[in-house]
Structures are given as structure tokens and as C-alpha cells.
Design a protein around this ligand. Structure first.
Ligand SMILES: NC(=O)c1ccc[n+]([C@@H]2O[C@H](COP(=O)([O-])OP(=O)(O)OC[C@H]3O[C@@H](n4cnc5c(N)ncnc54)[C@H](O)[C@@H]3O)[C@@H](O)[C@H]2O)c1
Length: 337
């Protein structure tokens, strides 16, 4: 039997999940969607062929023919919608981050943990990317020896800045919107929790970020309980494209993932020289990972098992983001209790 799903939010990311559920996931059916924007609702109907389209989230989740909901709305709405969907008896997949307010994240985690029979999964899709999975396997096999340092860079292309500025008020800031992927990866690879954080940053090209007490490029240094270290950069001004790179240095070896964020293996040779094109955006770099994570969510429901990513992972990544933001704003290191 197919898992009957609904999607909340038909924006950039919502359409990716909707297409995957509609056309590429055999064991699921996409029966409903909601979005307050009439153009997006029309797109859901005409381009994605979704039968039941709603304006209101709560009208949609109380349909009797639903098993699960995929939440892909602006981050400020995640926690409330997760709780409402869990209370409505649905399995829930929610895009990262878990939320933008730590108290609300904690309350949401309690609701999820009190309903263990319902599957909950957060969209940290990098854990489903084949290169990150291979690196994780190497780390588990102790190829690196003891991990010393995690380095994660996540920088959006400058060409995307228009869209980024429009969702600034609802994103939770650079650390929670962008670096949150790297915070999750650092915990995943280092297998430890942070014990201190110091963050810095600035507005180098876009003073609008200062209106939200944020920077267009921010960085953080953390030390973990097992003494390993991590360095993070989150930015929005990469001239060359979507720059996601990761390095893990160990006592016996070093691993790099996407050190040169090239789009593919093609080399272009012309009168300017020899070059490789850069990944342009998150859908091109992580398209297969978005499909793999949603298939894992559906498989978990079918097989009555839990995904590897828990609400605690979401809570910890958002906590790291909140503390990094606080450190950046006050220009002070923070020791985590
Ligand atoms: N995993 C990733 O790499 C990744 C990439 C991009 C976005 N995201 C996440 O996905 C979420 C959405 O981001 P986006 O870029 O698609 O934003 P977007 O602005 O393109 O789309 C959001 C959509 O949600 C709709 N919406 C607003 N309020 C709603 C509500 N109450 N109920 C239902 N729909 C509502 C909007 O009308 C819009 O269509 C964010 O939380 C973001 O962090 C994750």
C-alpha cells in the first residue's frame, strides 16, 4: 500500500520534494498540498497534478486520507506545524532547520518523543549524499585514526542573493539557515557535542544583513567534548557558484569532500585556458540526496523503523546555531553548559 502524503509549501525546495514524491517514489502518493500563495497553488495543480490543494495547513492535515506530511515552509513555521501534524496523528518529514527559537524546538522535541510510533525525520540531506556517506563509512572504519578537526564551508552563489534577502526575516539567520547543515555534519563525523563556541563575521557586500544583526559571511570555531575542533564558514557571496566543501583531519589521514565544488567531471578547454564549471545551486549539487532522504522517510514508515536523523540532531544543530549567533552578536566566546 502506498503512503499517502501531503506537502506544505510549494516554493523552491517544496517543488523538489513534491516532484520526487509525485514522480520518483514508488511507495508514496502525493495526494494534497497547501500554500497561501495562489500562484504556487496553481502550479501545484497544473504542473504537479496534485489533486487536493489547500490555502491553510490545518485544513489540509485533518483530512482522513493522509498518512504523512512533508513540511517545506519558511523556517519560523516549522515547530508549530510539526506539533500540529504530530497531534493530527501524521508521520512528519520537515526541512531543516528544526526551528528558529530554542524553547520552541525543545517543546517540539518533547511532542515528537511522546509519540514514538509516528516517524519524524529532519531534512539534513547531506547525510544521504553518496560522497558524505562514503566519508562517514571511512571515518567509522577509523581510516582517519582519531578525528582532530572538521572544517565546513557553505557559501551560496552571489547570483542567488535576491531570493536570500527576501527570506531573511523568516530564516533564523546565517548560522541557523546555512551553517546548520555543517553543524549537523560536525556532530555526525566527530561523534561528540560542542563544549565551546566563538563566532565572528561581517557584512562584506550586503549591508542589509546588518538590519537583522547578521552578516553576509559568518564564521565559527568550536571545540567538542572529545577535544576535537571544528571551523565553519557560512556565506552568501560566492562569485563562482554553490560552494559546499568539507574536510576532516585525523591523526592518520585527511578526508576532503567537494574541495573544488565542480559541477561534474567535464573540463572545458578554450582560448581562456582549461576550467571546470562550478555547481550552481543546491538542487544540482544535492538532487540525488533529496530523493534518497525522502525515500528513506517513506521506507521508514513502511518498515515501522526510525530514521537515523532524530529530532535531537535537529535540536542540537539549532542550539549550536543559536549559540554561534549569540557569540557573533556579543563578540564573546561561549562555554556550553
Ligand atoms: N535542505 C536544503 O538544502 C534546503 C534548501 C532550501 C531550502 N530549505 C528549507 O526549506 C524551507 C523552505 O525554503 P524555500 O527556499 O523553499 O522557501 P520559499 O520561500 O521558496 O518557499 C516557501 C513556500 O512556503 C509557503 N508558505 C508560507 N507560509 C506557509 C504556511 N503557513 N503553510 C504552507 N505554506 C506556506 C510560501 O508561500 C512559499 O511558497 C526552509 O525551511 C529552508 O530552510 C532547505
Amino acid at each position: 500500500m502506498k503512503i499517502r502524503t501531503a506537502i506544505a509549501g510549494l516554493g523552491r525546495m517544496g517543488c523538489i520534494h513534491a516532484e520526487n514524491l509525485r514522480f520518483r517514489t514508488r511507495k508514496a502518493d502525493l495526494v494534497a498540498a497547501c500554500d497561501p500563495d495562489p500562484e504556487r497553488r496553481e502550479k501545484g495543480k497544473s504542473e504537479l497534478g496534485i489533486r487536493n490543494i489547500f490555502t491553510e495547513f490545518n485544513d489540509m492535515i485533518h483530512r482522513s486520507d493522509l498518512d504523512a506530511v512533508i513540511i517545506v515552509t519558511p523556517s519560523v513555521f516549522h515547530c508549530r506545524q510539526i506539533r500540529d501534524a504530530i497531534h493530527a496523528g501524521l508521520h512528519v518529514f520537515c526541512e531543516k532547520p528544526l526551528g528558529t527559537d530554542l524553547d520552541e524546538c525543545q517543546e517540539t522535541a518533547r511532542v515528537i518523543e511522546n509519540n514514538p510510533e509516528q516517524v519524524f525525520m529532519l531534512g539534513f540531506m547531506r547525510r544521504y549524499d553518496t560522497s558524505y556517506r562514503y566519508a562517514k563509512q571511512k571515518v567509522e572504519e577509523r581510516y582517519l585514526g582519531k578525528p582532530i578537526l572538521f572544517r565546513g564551508y557553505s557559501v551560496d552563489p552571489e547570483s542567488a542573493i535576491g531570493g536570500i534577502l527576501s527570506f531573511l526575516p523568516k530564516s533564523g539567520g546565517q548560522f541557523n539557515d546555512m551553517a546548520v547543515h555543517d553543524f549537523d555534519l560536525a556532530r555526525w563525523f566527530l561523534k561528540s557535542e560542542p563544549r565551546s563556541v566563538y563566532a565572528i563575521g561581517g557584512c562584506f557586500a550586503h549591508p542589509e544583513f546588518a538590519d537583522y544583526d547578521d552578516g553576509d559571511n559568518v564564521a565559527a570555531l568550536m571545540q567538542f567534548e572529545n577535544d576535537s575542533m571544528a571551523f565553519f564558514l557560512a556565506g552568501r557571496t560566492a562569485p563562482h557558484g554553490y560552494n559546499i566543501e568539507t574536510e576532516i583531519i585525523g591523526t592518520q589521514a585527511t578526508l576532503r569532500i567537494g574541495a573544488v565544488p565542480q559541477m561534474n567531471l567535464v573540463e572545458l578547454m578554450d582560448e581562456t585556458g582549461i576550467r571546470k564549471e562550478c555547481s550552481r545551486s543546491f538542487p544540482t549539487r544535492f538532487g540525488p540526496a533529496f530523493l534518497a532522504e525522502i525515500q528513506e522517510f517513506i521506507d521508514c514508515i513502511h518498515e515501522k523503523r526510525k530514521p537515523e536523523i532524530t529530532v535531537y540532531d535537529g535540536l542540537m544543530a539549532s542550539k549550536m546555531a543559536v549559540l554561534a549567533t549569540e557569540s557573533f552578536r556579543n563578540n564573546k566566546p561561549i562555554v556550553i553548559k
